[in-house]
Design a protein around this ligand. Structure first.
Ligand SMILES: CCCCC/C=C\C/C=C\C/C=C\C/C=C\CCCC(=O)SCCNC(=O)CCNC(=O)[C@H](O)C(C)(C)COP(=O)(O)OP(=O)(O)OC[C@H]1O[C@@H](n2cnc3c(N)ncnc32)[C@H](O)[C@@H]1OP(=O)(O)O
Length: 150
C-alpha cells in the first residue's frame, strides 16, 4: 500500500473538490490508496452523517464511492502509462455514471472500508467497481464510469 493517496498529488483547482479536495475544509477528504490491484479508503462517519438512528446517510455513501472510484481510475491510468502518480501532465477523470446498490443499513459507529478495482480501461473510459463494508460486512456496492477529462 502506498503512503501517499492519489488525491494528495492534486493541487490548485484540482484540490477543491467537495469529495476529495485537500483544500476544501468542508469536504469529505476521500483518500485513495492504490496498490496496483485495489484502491482502499477508510472513513469514520460522524454523528451528522446520520439518516436514521444508527444508520449512515445513503447520499454520503454515494459521495464516498464517487471520489474513491474516480481516484482509483486516475491512479490506475498513471500506472497504465508507466508514469509516477501525480506527474505532469495531470491525469483527471470526471464521473459520467454512478450506480449504487444499498445492500443493508450501514451502521453508525463503525469504520467503513471501501475497496475498489478496475473493471475496464478502454480509451478515455474507465469502469470501476467498489464495495463498502462495515465490520467486514458488505453494506453497499457501486459501479462508476469515469471519463478522462485531462
Ligand atoms: C464536468 C467536467 C469539466 C472538466 C473537468 C476538468 C478538470 C477537472 C478539474 C478538477 C477536478 C479535480 C478533482 C476532482 C476529483 C474527482 C471528481 C469527483 C467526480 C465528480 O464529481 S465529476 C463532476 C460530475 N460529473 C460531470 O459533471 C460530468 C458531466 N458530463 C460530461 O461532461 C460528459 O457527459 C462526459 C465527459 C462525462 C462524457 O462526454 P463525452 O462527450 O466525453 O462522452 P462520449 O460520448 O465521447 O463517450 C465516451 C465513452 O463514455 C461513455 N459514456 C458517456 N457518458 C456516459 C454515461 N453517462 N454513462 C455511461 N457511459 C457513458 C460512452 O458510452 C463512451 O463509451 P465507449 O467509448 O465504450 O463507447
Amino acid at each position: 500500500m502506498p503512503l501517499t493517496a492519489i488525491q494528495d498529488y492534486f493541487t490548485g483547482d484540482h484540490a477543491i473538490c467537495y469529495g476529495c479536495g485537500s483544500d476544501n475544509a468542508h469536504g469529505l477528504q476521500v483518500r485513495t490508496y492504490w496498490d496496483g490491484q485495489y484502491g482502499t479508503f477508510h472513513f469514520s462517519p460522524q454523528d451528522y452523517h446520520t439518516a436514521f438512528p444508527g444508520v449512515v446517510y445513503g447520499g454520503l455513501i454515494a459521495s464516498l464511492f464517487d471520489c474513491h472510484c474516480i481516484g482509483t481510475a486516475v491512479a490506475a491510468a498513471y500506472e497504465k502509462e508507466g508514469r509516477p502518480p501525480g506527474s505532469d501532465p495531470l491525469i483527471m477523470y470526471v464521473t459520467a455514471n454512478l450506480n449504487v446498490n444499498y445492500l443493508r443499513p450501514t451502521p453508525m459507529g463503525s469504520e467503513l472500508m471501501l475497496k475498489s478495482h478496475i473493471i475496464e480501461q478502454k480509451g478515455k473510459k474507465t469502469v470501476v467497481a467498489c464495495t463498502l463494508s462495515a465490520d467486514d460486512t458488505p453494506c453497499a456496492n457501486a459501479t462508476v464510469v469515469g471519463i478522462r477529462a485531462t
